[in-house]
Design a protein around this ligand. Structure first.
Ligand code: FES
Length: 377
């Protein structure tokens, strides 16, 4: 609570979380591109930059309001700075506006109009790539290829993340091809993934609860491809390690580090017709107070084969108190699962690898487990 001076006018504030919100409260329409009030602050476009009475410039969406602040939002210098920023953004943007279905209604185009930017002095930085139209859906990413979440603010505003069907995709990622959950406080339900190619991902499908949410009725059919361990990010100081060590299936209900109490609920999850070459096991692990309920796997045909460059022999339960730790790799590992059915499934171990000892399944604290997982030689 306090007050600040904006363009010479005193404005009171109470619980506003950033200076931009106070500026808007004062009725000033500052241009912005990257700010979305419900999401965490990104501060990338810098269009909301203002100047304080000590000559400092800062992005107003990234700074908390302080009592006694004195800022200017609309000096000739700031207007020139914003126009230059906009030109730089436009330089790396596709300029075929007349054939874009957002023509006349794009935020960048609207801002250019409003700020009188007609000429772009900078050479186009737009990269041109051949269009790969061998599938209607090709996703190539560093982080997860497709993510379904139900975060606190979004679930309070929109309810459950539900009724999602993903089909016919070629997915490449250094993390999961499909990640469901993690930052999930609400409900995710009725998600299907079918008929997809997993193109060398750290994980094929990961289903997590960490923050008390519920993930239910998730069904995965007909996948083929490869999962493998990457470790290149560890060479970059401060970069997080990729999640996943080559698991074809990963279902995990464990609280975050430092948190107590149930991690959340995972129930009624099924996988069928998986034909995958992998460097790690089908992994399903809950905790005594957050058991995974009713996990069914059928027609899973795994080839455990080392085909990347990194050593194996690790279980990866990031982000949680269990984190990453050495463990021999069976074909299937399950902990704290109530109702585990694996049927008509096979595994082949190919080549020598110190990561696995050839064991087919390892179960800890599981109830109602039925396994038909044959080792092929
Ligand atoms: S709105 Fe983009 S940095 Fe503030």
């Amino acid at each position: 609570m306090g007050s600040m001076i904006i363009d010479g006018i005193r404005v009171e504030f109470t619980d506003e979380t950033n200076v931009l919100t106070v500026i808007r409260k004062a009725g000033i329409d500052l241009p912005t591109l990257c700010y979305v009030s419900e999401l965490s602050v990104y501060g990338a476009c810098r269009l909301c930059t203002v100047k304080d009475d000590e000559g400092r410039y800062f992005a107003s969406c990234t700074v908390r309001p302080r009592d006694g602040m004195n800022i200017q939002t609309n000096t000739p210098e700031l207007r020139k700075y914003r126009r230059t920023l906009l030109e730089l953004l436009l330089a790396s943007h596709d300029r075929d506006c007349t054939v874009c279905n957002k023509n006349g209604d794009g935020p960048l185009q609207n801002l250019a109009e409003r700020m009188g930017v007609r000429n772009i002095r900078f050479k186009s930085a737009q990269e041109h790539h051949e269009v790969d139209n061998s599938s209607n859906c090709i996703v190539r990413t560093g982080d997860d290829a497709i993510v379904v979440k139900s975060t606190g603010p979004m679930s309070r505003r929109y309810g459950a993340s539900e009724n999602v069907a993903i089909t016919g995709c070629i997915l490449h990622s250094r993390d999961s091809a499909l990640k469901i959950g993690t930052e999930t406080h609400g409900v995710i339900r009725n998600v299907t993934l079918s008929d997809c190619v997993i193109d060398d991902c750290s994980r094929a499908v990961g289903v997590w609860v960490r923050d008390g949410g519920t993930v239910e009725d998730i069904h995965v059919h007909h996948l083929t491809g490869c999962t493998r361990r990457y470790a290149d990010s560890y060479q970059l100081p401060g970069a997080p390690g990729w999640w996943g060590k080559g698991e074809p299936v990963f279902v995990s209900a464990t609280p975050r580090k430092g948190k107590t109490g149930p991690a959340g609920v995972i129930r009624r999850v099924s996988f069928d017709h998986l034909y995958l070459t992998s460097e790690s096991c089908a992994f399903a692990a809950g905790e005594p107070d957050s058991e995974i309920q009713d996990l069914r796997i059928s027609e899973m045909h795994l080839t455990l084969q080392h085909h990347g460059t990194q050593p194996g022999g690790l279980f990866d339960e990031q982000p949680s108190a269990r984190h990453i730790y050495p463990h021999a790799i069976p074909a299937l590992y399950a902990r704290c699962v109530d109702g585990l059915t694996v049927k008509d499934s096979t595994v082949r171990f190919v080549g020598e690898n110190e990561a696995w000892d050839g064991s087919v399944a390892e179960l800890e604290h599981c109830r109602r487990a039925k396994l038909e997982l044959e080792k092929l030689v």
